[in-house]
Design a binder for this molecule. Structure first.
Ligand code: DGT
Ligand code: CA
Ligand code: CA
Ligand code: ZN
Length: 571
């Protein structure tokens, strides 16, 4: 039982409670616990084995929820959820997940129009039948149609971090086999795409049958789609599809290259092969019928006279030309990062204190960090007033006195209000070392209005960084409308840095925007936006995204030593 499975059960309970109109505090308790579980670095199952009481000490998990976790681990399910599911029809749950609907309206539509499926909802919206209901109109009808499309698109893909949570134990399980020569995850996972459709695992082994048998007997399997000596396919309980290929060691490199993709990149490489009268496929590199290579991935690239290309670049977006010209970028790595520039503390909605966050950054070997709590407009997060910031400044100064190797920057994540003005007075802004600005409300402006709003914020000379620039939440919220070319142009002219927010459901900017920024000569910062200590370790997802955007350390402001970094901040 993985943490993420328990989290899923808790989220389902919260959804159902919402439909029942239960106490909001109770609903929030389940959501908070789910989030804790999703971000926890140790498995609660092992935690429980070591120490009965350890669960209750986790943030947001008291005696009651600890008991429920224990029940899920011991029995594989939760009685409460079974009971609730009996009372609430499944179709109502499907409806409520549609962005724009929510529990109350889902219930109304379900009851009055007897709608059960997404298809039925879609035809009712198209037939303009929803607008006849009380409280619904053409605008909401259109929003629901968009929501249905989003829901369908999202159902098919999973966040990279979620895939990682399932891949790790599966690889561990496979690695128990003694005759395994090599094992690696290929596909979009290896290319570090922000979402993955399915997981592709490649194994080199002498006996394919033994590996495949072991694979299809993984305890988390819900369904076996295919079971063969070289190719098998399963669906995990979580809904993930995993494809396994077993190849002989002499083909491993060719297969790894082929199954890493992307398809467009593969076709380009194969075409280069054809020009040299070579056949390149997943079995190897062939000249006529003679095998001339395929044991390593490097042999594939060498055959077409190229250096090895990092998987993150293999999208046929210019990487082959760059490889030919010797201009492949030396991609940024996690170890290049010297500071984290967005994080929250218990002053607002963070779960760790200022002191604890600073200490955690010290342990991670950083040279600098910025504390960036919310401003007052973000009321749900308990945003700070100017006076409260003053108190935090004194706190920071006191902690700083005891630290000589780590610079603690006074920062804030300042809300950009609807008209583009900032949610903090000039005097306080002037005292901050790092001003991050971002949007947390009024997402539905027109593209022109939203662009004006952001541009006006960037033109404020006290602003240093634009935080999570498009506001999207993977699988939950589309980016707001924004003219990114314009934003990047203004960022360049004003000397504002653009954030790549490393939260696994944000990854905002995305890879393409990062590349646009790089081309325009705008530097990015990779920040975790951590709300608890463990979330500082999400950094690598942001680095992945920056790598997919072709960034070298030079392109990323927070790889610079402290003084050089400060020089990059607008004066
Ligand atoms: P995903 O799963 O949708 O996130 O994306 P991928 O890239 O993992 O795609 P997937 O799982 O369908 O296939 C894995 C890799 O196998 C893909 O990246 C490239 C390779 N591949 C699959 N089908 C073809 C094909 O028809 N031609 C070529 N050249 N390569 C293919
Ligand atoms: Ca795949
Ligand atoms: Ca696949
Ligand atoms: Zn934010």
């Amino acid at each position: 039982m993985e943490n993420i499975d328990i989290a899923r059960i808790f989220n389902e309970v919260a959804d159902l409670l919402e439909i029942q109109g239960a106490n909001p505090f109770r609903i929030r308790a389940y959501r908070t616990a789910a989030r804790t579980l999703e971000t926890l670095s140790v498995s609660v199952e092992s935690l429980l084995k070591r120490d009965e009481k350890a669960l209750e000490e986790l943030p947001g998990i008291g005696q009651d929820l600890a008991g429920k976790i224990r029940e899920i681990i011991e029995t594989g399910s939760l009685e409460l959820l079974r009971e609730m599911t009996k009372e609430i029809p499944e179709s109502l749950i499907t409806l409520m997940r549609v962005p724009g609907l929510g529990p109350k309206r889902a219930k109304q539509i379900y009851k009055t129009l007897k709608i059960q499926t997404l298809d039925e909802l879609e035809s009712a919206a198209r037939a303009k039948r929803l607008r006849e209901l009380r409280g619904l109109g053409p605008t909401l009808e259109a929003r629901i149609l968009k929501g249905i499309a989003e829901e369908r698109a999202h159902a098919a893909r999973h966040r990279l971090a979620e895939a990682e949570a399932y891949v790790r134990p599966l690889i561990e399980y496979l690695s128990r086999l003694s005759n395994l020569q090599q094992v690696e995850v290929a596909g979009s996972y290896r290319r570090r795409r922000e979402t993955v459709g399915d997981i592709d695992i490649l194994v080199a082994a002498k006996s394919g049958a033994a590996v495949s048998d072991h694979f299809v007997h993984y305890p988390e399997v819900r369904q076996v789609l295919a079971h063969g000596a070289t190719r098998s396919s399963i669906v995990l309980r979580s809904g993930f599809q995993v494809d396994l290929r077993v190849v002989p060691a002499r083909s491993y490199g060719a297969a790894l290259h082929y199954f890493t993709g992307s398809k467009a990149h593969n076709i380009a490489i194969r075409t280069l092969g054809v020009k040299r009268k070579l056949k390149i496929n997943e079995y190897g590199i062939f000249s006529g019928s003679r095998r001339i290579g395929g044991r390593t991935e490097l042999e594939v690239f060498k055959a077409v006279e190229l250096p090895w290309i990092p998987p993150e670049l293999r999208e046929d977006r210019g990487e082959i030309e760059a490889a030919q010209n010797g201009t492949l970028p030396q991609l940024v790595q996690v170890s290049d990062i010297r500071g984290d520039l967005q994080m929250h503390t218990t002053y607002t909605d963070g779960k760790a204190t200022l002191q604890q966050m600073v200490e955690a950054c010290r342990c991670r070997g950083y040279q600098y960090l910025a504390i960036t709590d919310h401003t007052k407009a973000v009321r749900v997060a308990g945003g700070l007033t100017a006076e409260e910031f003053q108190k935090q400044f004194r706190d920071i100064e006191n902690i700083q006195k005891k630290m000589d190797k780590l610079a603690i920057l006074k920062g804030a994540e300042v809300d950009i209000l609807e008209d583009g003005s900032l949610d903090l007075d000039d005097a306080t802004l002037g005292e901050l070392d790092v001003v991050v600005v971002s949007i947390h409300s009024k997402f539905n402006l027109s593209k022109a209005a939203m662009t004006r709003r952001v541009v006006r914020a960037l033109e404020n000379r006290r602003v240093h960084i634009l935080g999570h620039p498009t506001g999207r939440l993977l699988g939950r919220r589309e980016p707001y409308l924004l003219d990114m070319d314009e934003v990047i142009r203004v960022a360049r002219d004003c000397g504002v840095l653009l954030e790549v927010n490393a939260q696994p459901d944000r990854l905002d900017l995305n890879d393409l925007h990062v590349q646009m920024a790089k081309h325009a000569g705008v530097k990015i910062v990779i920040s975790t936006d951590a709300h608890r200590i463990e979330e500082l370790d999400n950094l690598h997802y942001g680095v992945d995204q920056a790598r997919r955007g072709w960034c070298t350390p030079h392109d990323v402001a927070n790889t610079y030593p402290f003084e050089a970094f400060r020089a990059l901040l607008r004066k």
